[in-house]
Design a protein around this ligand. Sequence first.
Ligand code: ATP
Ligand code: MG
Length: 575
Amino acid sequence: MRWSKTFIPTLKEDPADAEVVSHKLLVRAGFIRQLSRGIYDYLPLSLKVIRKIEAIVREEMDRAGAQELLLPIACPAELWQESGRWLVYGKELIRFKDRHERDFCLGPTHEEVITDLVRRIVRSYRELPLNLYQIQTKFRDEVRPRFGLMRGREFIMKDAYSFHVDVEDCRREYENMFQTYKRIFSRCGLQFRAVEADTGAIGGSRSHEFQVLAESGEDAIVSCNKCEYAANVQKAEIKARRPAGRDLNENSPKREKVSTPGKKSVAEVAEYLKLPAEKFIKTLVYRTDKNELVAALVRGDHEINEVKLQAALGCGEVALAGEAEVEAATQVSPGFLGPIGLTLRTVADLSIQGMRGAVAGANEPNAHYIEVDQERDFTPGAFADLRLAVAGDSCPRCDEGFLESYRGIEVGQVFYLGKKYSEPLGATYLDTEGRERPIEMGCYGIGISRLVAAAIEQNNDSNGIIWPFSIAPFHVLLLPINYRDQALQEAADRIYQQLQKRGVEVLLDDRDERPGVKFKDADLIGIPLRLTVGVKGLEKERVELRWRRDGKTDEIPLGDAAQTIHSIITQSLQA
Ligand code: ATP
Ligand code: MG
């Protein structure tokens, strides 16, 4: 392609609303423009990257035995009512009525639609297993769309769904997809980790996320420094510990009420009493989806994991209760709440069990207790694993390891669904003995457009994007210093033709711009190789080959340029 005929609207300045580097660079380098919050136009360069990612995904999915189809974006509400998700999915599901007042939604994911298709067609065990996938636009009315393509409202997803006669075959396919995902993300040139994950709104009982490691990632993940264990902190287990042995006697310190005027947060009280945060018992009040107020206790230096809290309480979504409702229920401000004498149902984190010499709110204004002894002073309704894992925790799987923490961008997730959708929707098959059985299911998603952003988060420098070869919009940028100089133009055109003949994806910067502008734009859009044709070089029959990633340059003979570049690209794509 010739730059002068390509739609690449680069900008000199970062867009004002962009917080992360991929968002800034995608806009500045002319890859995307925002149409509405979380809704983007994909310009020619980003569409090329998307098509490359899609091609890798298709190749690997097909190789793994899956088949591509395409389902509608507009989904009738009835299916979502059958699965029960019409009520529970919340505002992320965008709903509308057609002219006949029938309810529809734009598909945020397609378990219902595909299960409906399969239940209408599959009759016998002979037609299974099946793995069907699509690459399609999804819509989720996210509360906080942000970071450009990372969290959009409209985005491109590859979603696959598999159907099996039994658990064993479904597990086999889960493993097949797991390995397929590893190949896909490796081929995209990304550094990633597969981590154990919570199943969220999709449901099911077993799940892994594929996380691209990046500081800007929205997910916190932990992994063991000794064994293979890795998990999203939402899911990460805490190693069970034995509570400290007891030796309480009459000399043990007595519980004492101390004044803590206006000191509410753990940090404030810790500073005031000169005691470390890990000595504190934090009391947090949550409202459950059944409208009950419950108190959750964690150590002062720990954070509640709401997913674990929901599991411990056996309820759906929980939300931190507001100050006013806590005061109305307990007659004390949340800052001075504590477990002793509290009338709410209480669950405590495992680390609270057997705690001694602790500090907790006294359930009256401006006062805390010190020297609290859990076993002597209060008994919560239950103990459970309630907290988020943190770096330094012991590994829950092996005996020696400790957890390290990272930030990650979730680019894919695989789920073992079991009968979660087949049962309510009645997707069954007849087994070898003619008995009707529910189909076992799995599902597997990849955020194609998010992957574009994730690749940039991992591959950039202060001058712009550095595309991995396999997903770059072009492989080489051919840059004549001055395209109006006849000799330079002839040389550049000749190399351009030779490259095209060899099937090399080349962008020729034939614009009438100063060399400085061209070099800046070249770095910004991030094509892996740059071939510069200049006056001095041409006199020696040489051109300059420069690698975008490390800035390394080589002078290569003009006559060999196309061949040299072709073999570099072939090698890089095989690597
Ligand atoms: P998240 O936790 O980031 O909201 P999710 O777990 O809800 O994502 P899935 O239902 O697992 O998402 O969807 C499959 C894939 O689609 C995700 O792994 C992610 O890469 C991508 N994805 C999900 N939501 C978005 C979004 N709002 N914008 C871009 N990509 C998304
Ligand atoms: Mg997910």
